[in-house]
Design a protein around this ligand. Structure first.
Ligand code: UDP
Length: 239
C-alpha cells in the first residue's frame, strides 16, 4: 500500500520539519493569561496550543471525596473538537481520562498537598490545537499555571517526549513521527531533585535505544525547564 506511511521520516539526519534528531520544536510560554482563574498559562509548542487554568486550594466538592490529611490534585485534560484534523467528539473519553490521571499523579509529586487538608486543587488543561506530545505540553502549562496561582510546590514539573521514528531515536516527535514512527516515550521530571514523575512508552525500542531516548527526553526537559524559569521571571518583572 502506498501513502503517507511510506514517507521517509528522516533523511541524512534531517527530519520532515527540518529539525535535527535532538532538536525541540519552537516553544512559546505566556503566564497569567486568564482573568478568572487563580493561575493560568498558555504554551505553544510547535503546532500544539494549550491553555491551563488553576483553582484552589479550595474546599473539596463533593465533600465525601476530601482527604483529611492532604489536598487532592484533580486534573482535567480536554481536547477541543477543533484541535485535530478529524473533529474530535466533545467530552471525556478513555484517552483524556488516562492523561488526566497521569497528570494528576505527576503534579501531586511536587505540590505541598499536606498544607491544605480537605481541599482540592483543580487544574484544567485545554488543548486548542494538537500535533503530538499534548500531554507534555499540557503538563508544562499546568505546572506554570500552578506557579502563577502561588500554589506551594517543591519543584516545577517539566515534560518532554522522545521516541523513535525512521529508525532513529529522536526528541519531541510531531504528529507524522508519532503516527508513523516506531515508539513514543513521554516523560516528566522534577528537575531540582531529578525525580522522574511520569514515564510512558508505546511502541518498540531496544534496551540501548530506550536508554538513548530516556537521556534525550530528560535533557529535553532540562531545556524546557530553563524556558519555564524565564517565562516566570518575565511575568514577575511585568507585575
Ligand atoms: N490525536 C487525534 N485525535 C484524537 C487523539 C489524538 O488526532 O482523538 C492526535 C493528536 O494530534 C495527538 C496525537 O494524536 O497530539 C498523539 O496522541 P497521543 O495519544 O499519543 O497523545 P499525545 O502525544 O498528544 O500526548
Amino acid at each position: 500500500m502506498s501513502g503517507k506511511s511510506d514517507i521517509k521520516l528522516i533523511e541524512n539526519g534531517v527530519r520532515l520539519d527540518g529539525r535535527k534528531p535532538d532538536e525541540l520544536r519552537p516553544i512559546k510560554m505566556e503566564i497569567g493569561i486568564l482573568k478568572n482563574a487563580q493561575g493560568s498559562a498558555y504554551v505553544e509548542w510547535g503546532k500544539n496550543k494549550a491553555i491551563a487554568g488553576v483553582y484552589g486550594p479550595r474546599v473539596m466538592h463533593p465533600k465525601r471525596l476530601s482527604n483529611p490529611t492532604e489536598s487532592t490534585v484533580r486534573v482535567t485534560y480536554n481536547m477541543a473538537p477543533f484541535s485535530v484534523e478529524d473533529r474530535k467528539r466533545p467530552g471525556p473519553d478513555r484517552r483524556s481520562v488516562e492523561i488526566s490521571k497521569i497528570s494528576s499523579e505527576a503534579l501531586s509529586k511536587v505540590i505541598e498537598t499536606h498544607l491544605y487538608p480537605d481541599t482540592s486543587i483543580d487544574v484544567f488543561i485545554e488543548i486548542l490545537q494538537a500535533d503530538a506530545g499534548t500531554r507534555c505540553v499540557g503538563l508544562t502549562a499546568a505546572s506554570l499555571a500552578l506557579a502563577d496561582a502561588g500554589v506551594p510546590m517543591r519543584d516545577l514539573v517539566v515534560a518532554c517526549a522522545a521516541g523513535k521514528a525512521g529508525g532513529e531515536v529522536i526528541l519531541d516527535l510531531f504528529k507524522d513521527e508519532d503516527n508513523f514512527g516506531e515508539a513514543d516515550l513521554p516523560m516528566a521530571i522534577a528537575p531540582r531533585t531529578g525525580e522522574v514523575v511520569l514515564l510512558q512508552m508505546d511502541g518498540q525500542m531496544t534496551n540501548e535505544e530506550f536508554e538513548k531516548g530516556f537521556d534525550l527526553a530528560y535533557n529535553g526537559c532540562l531545556k524546557v525547564y530553563e524556558m519555564m524559569k524565564q517565562a516566570l521571571l518575565a511575568k514577575e518583572v511585568q507585575q
